[in-house]
Design a protein around this ligand. Structure first.
Ligand SMILES: [Zn+2]
Ligand SMILES: [Zn+2]
Length: 369
């Protein structure tokens, strides 16, 4: 019976051990990289920057390991649960008969195969009830065929024999064609002690460095919050830099913001000798933008309605161009010698940039946007 699912502390320790090893590797690399501190000021500065760079790398490495931890551990657990499920629930196939004596085979053991390219699967150890020959059967009930081992001298097929003392398994390959023989020994006690030694070393490493490299819940949350803030301000600076690089930004900055009284004076001046008179401003709508309705009288009786509207529109567009005010897109209406329209003021840098981009055209920005 195999147990693939481990205690929660197993996954936790394993993940933290990998974090410790990764951070130690990064620190030893940076120690290798750094030159001895020189006497010149620039050498000292270089050294300081190197230190800052290494510390920063480690800061992010630790944070990243913290952030990925639960996801990685969940993946490991899921994998182990899948293996356990395959081991526990794969059905025994319909077994073939012994290929030596046609006797009935019986399953004596099963093995989970998780190291070749195929997805994890089971292999069944079977034994003939009649001649006791042992063989391996795949999940589909076919005999598992191993590639025959070949003699390294003459390439003939070799015979494999095993012998086992309590702790040592010896495998001997002998070639009947040329007489060459070789053997492998597997010392089970050595294997086990080697494994135990490594485990003890890992434990020492973990106890010594865990608090240094593996962030606690609180440190981890601080990291998440701090990096989020850094991200936000970096984005902000980037946007600001982009805005400043935009040519319309400089233009927008250079536009003087005029009050309605200044605009009234400016328009009145431009109306001189044009046949338009009596500029009158109405009550303003003050919301996101300041919008001021106005009327002007047509005094040239011979001018057609169409000409009257278009001449005034052209005049106002030209007059307002250097200012932060624009004639609104509805343009000018004409009734019984009354010309009316709306003026709109741009105040913020973003709005002024939009205005600059529209050029000499009528205002097209949405009033509410
Ligand atoms: Zn048999
Ligand atoms: Zn041989």
């Amino acid at each position: 019976m195999m147990n693939y699912i481990r205690e929660p502390s197993y996954y936790d320790d394993l993940y933290d051990l990998l974090t410790v090893q990764e951070c130690l590797r990064a620190e030893s690399l940076s120690a290798l990289d750094s030159e001895p501190e020189g006497k010149l000021p620039e050498q000292k500065i270089k050294k300081i920057w190197q230190k800052v760079g290494n510390d920063l790398y480690l800061y992010y490495k630790k944070g990243e390991r913290y952030q990925n931890k639960s996801k990685v551990i969940a993946d490991w657990k899921l994998r182990d649960e899948q293996l356990q499920d395959i081991y526990d629930h794969t059905l025994v196939p319909r077994l073939p008969y012994c290929n030596l004596c046609n006797g009935i085979l019986k399953v004596i053991d099963k093995n989970l195969i998780d190291y070749d390219d195929k997805k994890p699967h089971l292999e069944f150890m079977v034994e003939c009830q009649n001649c006791n020959k042992k063989s391996e059967v795949n999940e589909d009930g076919s005999f598992r065929v191993r590639k025959p081992k070949r003699c390294i001298k003459c390439s003939s097929e070799v015979t494999t024999t095993y012998s086992r003392t309590k702790q040592v398994i010896t495998t001997t390959y002998s070639c009947s064609a040329c007489g060459y023989a070789e053997s492998d020994t597997l010392d089970l006690s050595a294997d086990d002690s080697e494994y135990k030694k490594r485990q003890a070393e890992d434990r020492v490493l973990l106890d010594k460095y865990r608090s240094k490299y593996c962030l606690s819940e609180k440190e981890g949350q601080d990291f998440v919050r701090d990096t989020l803030q850094i991200e936000i301000s970096t984005k902000h600076f980037k946007e600001l830099a982009e805005k400043k690089a935009d040519p319309s930004y400089q233009v927008a900055q250079s536009i003087k913001k005029s009050s309605i009284v200044e605009i009234e004076t400016l328009i009145n001046k431009s109306l001189d000798h044009t046949g338009y008179t009596n500029l009158s401003l109405d009550k303003p709508e003050i919301d996101r933008y300041v919008i001021v309705p106005f009327t002007i009288l047509e005094s040239k009786i011979e001018r057609s309605e169409w000409d009257s509207k278009h001449d005034l529109q052209k005049l106002l567009i030209k007059t307002l161009e250097p200012t932060n005010w624009r004639l609104m897109s509805a343009g000018i209406s004409y009734r019984m010698g009354y010309l009316s329209g709306k003026l709109k003021a741009y105040e913020t840098t973003d709005d002024l940039m939009k205005m600059v981009k529209q050029g000499k055209n009528l205002d097209e920005t949405n009033e509410n946007s």
